[in-house]
Write a protein that binds this ligand. Structure first.
Ligand code: AMP
Length: 274
């Protein structure tokens, strides 16, 4: 596996064809990331992973400076998962002096409201990565379901020729969704955090029984104060999504309630679309 830092090097390295799969990440790899790398490995000749803690998707008061970074470990994990190229640019490489162009997707619910400007940063960096790597396929996790919907809109609205794959959320055995931010949690906070997936699961059961999933999830939060619990219609899926702070750590999670794509509610089936 090669680690490259400049756009020019990446373009040179990838010239010459083959089916390229891209997995955009912010590093601190866990099994959720590795599942995306493996899916790309199965389907593509060349697997590119970007490792970039994108400052433009963090608000001023958020955790940019303490976001977990461990490139040495990430390099080893990516190499073991069969990644061919790790693109780990500097902030200056991605946003040089005078940078002024943004992809602003209209997304107002849930994370759009809770983190103004967040999706603008995500959409901008992903479109830049699509242009730099020129993949045929890009891989994302259902863990960030609203982000997935935003990127689907970007490629449709801006006519980007790209297939998107969305893979199911990978969870610890007790149900907590894997997240790089779980590293911030103390043992006690981690136990409290379990209320989030449990509440969402209660919401999903309520939905299956024909009752209100939001009320059921709110009622099962076990004292955790949510930032939001919302039903999100994301085009091909309806999800029940929630965000909550445990101490200083902000976690998000969601479960699928209805699917109009090739994925069953609550199942681990991968969605494919372009
Ligand atoms: P991040 O490094 O947190 O920006 O995530 C990079 C990609 O991994 C995004 O597409 C996420 O949705 C995906 N991802 C993060 N956590 C998980 C998880 N627990 N299961 C599956 N995919 C995930």
């Amino acid at each position: 596996m090669k680690t490259l830092r400049t756009i020019r090097e990446v373009r040179q390295e990838l010239a010459g064809g083959g089916r390229i799969g891209l997995v955009p990440t912010m590093g601190a790899f866990h099994d959720g990331h590795l599942a995306l790398f493996r899916a790309a490995r199965d389907e593509c000749e060349t697997v590119v992973v970007s490792l970039f803690v994108n400052p433009t998707q963090f608000r001023a008061n958020e955790d940019l400076s303490r976001y977990p970074r461990n490139e040495t470990r990430d390099v080893q994990l990516a190499e073991t998962a069969g990644v061919d190229l790790l693109f780990a640019p500097s902030v200056e490489e991605m946003y040089p002096e005078g940078y002024a162009t943004w992809v602003d997707v209209e997304e107002t619910g849930a994370e759009g409201a809770a983190r103004p400007g967040h999706f603008r940063g995500v959409a901008t960096v992903c479109l830049k990565l699509f242009n730099i790597v020129r993949p045929q396929v890009a891989y994302f996790g259902q863990k960030d379901a609203q982000q997935a919907a935003v990127l689907r809109r970007v490629i449709r609205d801006l006519d980007v020729e790209l297939d998107l794959r969305f893979l199911p959320t990978v969870r610890d055995a007790d149900g907590l969704a894997l997240s790089s931010r779980n590293a911030y949690l103390s043992e006690q906070e981690r136990r409290q955090a379990l209320a989030l997936p449990r509440a969402l699961e209660a919401g999903r059961s309520a939905h299956v029984d024909g009752s209100d999933p939001v009320a059921a999830a709110r009622g099962a939060l076990n004292g955790l104060v949510p930032e939001y619990v919302e039903l999100l219609d994301l085009g091909n899926v309806t999800v029940l999504a929630a965000a909550a702070r445990i101490g200083t750590t902000r976690l998000i999670d969601n479960v699928i309630l209805e699917s109009r794509a090739r994925v069953q509610p609550g199942s681990g089936v991968q969605t494919k679309e372009s």
